[in-house]
Design a protein around this ligand. Sequence first.
Ligand SMILES: [Zn+2]
Length: 341
Amino acid sequence: MTDLHPFIAGLPKAELHVHHVGSASPRIVAELAARHPDSRVPTDPEALVDYFTFTDFAHFIEVYLSVVDLIRTPEDVRLLTFEVARDMARQNIRYAELTITPFSSTRRGIDEKAFMAAIEDARLAAETELGVILRWCFDIPGEAGLEAAEETARLAVDLRPEGLVSFGLGGPEIGVPRPQFKPYFDRAIAAGLHSVPHAGETTGPETVWDALTALRAERIGHGTSSTRDPRLLAHLAEHRIALEVCPTSNIATRAVARLDEHPLKEMVDAGVLVTINSDDPPMFGTDLNNEYAVAARLLGLDERGLAELAANAVEASFLDPAGKARIAAEIESYTTEWLRR
Ligand SMILES: [Zn+2]
């Protein structure tokens, strides 16, 4: 069998489901932890590997929030954002919609305008210096309730940074019903933002329906349990509502027991527009290239099939048409060139 890793590594890619703080590599986390010595996060990159081993989803959230606590100043925000883009450039990620939870930072006292300036400064630098186009999804941390929803909607609508394209909802799903967030999504959508909540990661397909009907989701974060409802799969396929699938994340959080039980193939077979993503890559010991390799194995893909997956992400993205066409053409010419060798 061909080793697809070299092809994947050079393949121009877009990523639609990846979290800002969750993308902090052990090196960046160690640096931030050293800057804030009162935190209980290890400062040694090797100890961080153990620290990032989760027993269940609740434990993952706990560790994640301890890393969130390291982002305390606009300089921390800027450093994190730009370094994340550097890791993306190394993987030939040309475009990423980074999910940011501004509420986590503003409630810690980071000035909201300074926060926006820091991410925008990093975004522009990433584009010119690294060739990585970044866009933002501001998400509500579901576990923080309606107060967080109100604050996130306000920050998204009133302070709307130039790179902001969408509005999301993350955190635990169990005990956090999606419909209660409808008014906040309504406001964001009225302001021209796209709706991309997480749903059906740790709960059943009814949560995905809630995301579609109450929150008017245009893409679904994870949507793993969608395959338990054929009518839902047909609906997603018919309306080209993409699923942001993150295979390794699903295993790490125990949302799916084993990779060979992952429903990715069922989604594709049902005609759903599937995109491959890394979610919180260093925390899950993965990166986008590895997720493409995992997807190739689960779906039995060759280079052409992988290029189609990459093109799916471009199609489902919120980049402007000219930008989409450019990356799609890059994927096509790279693949044609590769196969001609
Ligand atoms: Zn996520």
